[in-house]
Ligand binder design. Sequence first.
Ligand code: UDP
Length: 411
Amino acid sequence: MSVAAAAPAKLVRLDNYIPVVGEAEVAEIRALGERLTGRTVQMVNSTSVGGGVAEILNRVIPLLEELGLAVRWDVITGGDDFFAVTKGFHNALHGGAWEMPPESFNVFLAYNEQNRARMRFDSEVVIIHDPQPIALINAREAQSGHWIWRCHIDLSHPNETVWKFLEPFVRRYDCALFSSPEFSRQLPIPQYLFYPSIDPLSEKNRELDEEYIRSTLERFSLDPKRPILTQISRFDRLKDPVGVLRAYQIVRRYFDCQLVLAGGGAADDPEGGVVLDEIRKTAADDPDVHILDLPPWSALEINALQRASTIIIQKSLREGFGLTVTEALWKKKPVVASAVGGIPSQVIHKHTGLLAHSVEGTAYQIRFLLSNPAIAEKLGEQGHEHVREQFLITGTAKRALTLFLYLLNHS
Ligand code: UDP
């Protein structure tokens, strides 16, 4: 087992964001950055590809580096037994049952200890993402850097056994960052709201020419003339792909439409294959259901699929934040999503999209949008502005710099 140093994506210059967020915002970021030149930051998480955390780190690290900060990104590693436990934690923290044997906690601690022993923690600010590497706090020595726990999970109703195990680690950090006000816990450390964000200039989100979108549809045998309903998500039960299929099957009775379920695996998610089989079984041989198992380097294809979609669905049963929703709103798409986790911060019902609470509710909202294209368009426009104001990477960079300045000046 070794610790992998992840390589963030290619550099985009800060000035490139001026047309998107304006000169004042970029100037503010530069002003904050100037006060942090040469300061050292370390990010630690459990995968460099797949899922929202890797997506954000890949984009925000180059920005911080351009500003002169020295940022290191380490990805912890572990065996299948470790990721089975951390997936169990993930589901349990999202309110699911905890059914793993008591030794699981020792497996978790042993892998954290192995990673700790091999890693270097000499940065002034260390940000540990999510529960997988949480016990690395054991590496903290007296008077060493500032340690932050960045939680991307909905902790509003955690399984008690798992939370009781993790909480003593959380308490040892200097502060915790959550993606929604409802996720905060009773803790003796300061807690800050940090919305996740997308990069409007990344391959996933930048504008595409029509020809590329058309050729992508052709490649996946999709018909541009009929409505396309899409959910982009890892094949994970909490994303409820089977529920999406059921909603589509209801809508199909009224509209001749197609469904795209596009996803792929994350290196730290062992359940993908099983869920994919469940989806294929439910879809049976409907030629208008397109189940796309995409490799991790599919950002442009995902971008094209989102742009070509008539409606984007995110029918999660639980959700941290749901960057796929942010991506869809940015592309001015009408979104039908479950009112869970961080989604209601993004989808303001009847203003930036439509919320639903069930398969039937999801089908109902999709039918409403297919029948009312002018309303669908308006929701998409308003969604785009909401993302510009709240959920772009420039905002994350500004907030992170402000927090670093605060911590480093209060040592
Ligand atoms: N994603 C991807 N390929 C896939 C499925 C998802 O690149 O096959 C991306 C998706 O576009 C989004 C992120 O992974 O940027 C998922 O983030 P989200 O917060 O929606 O969910 P998470 O996977 O972190 O639970």
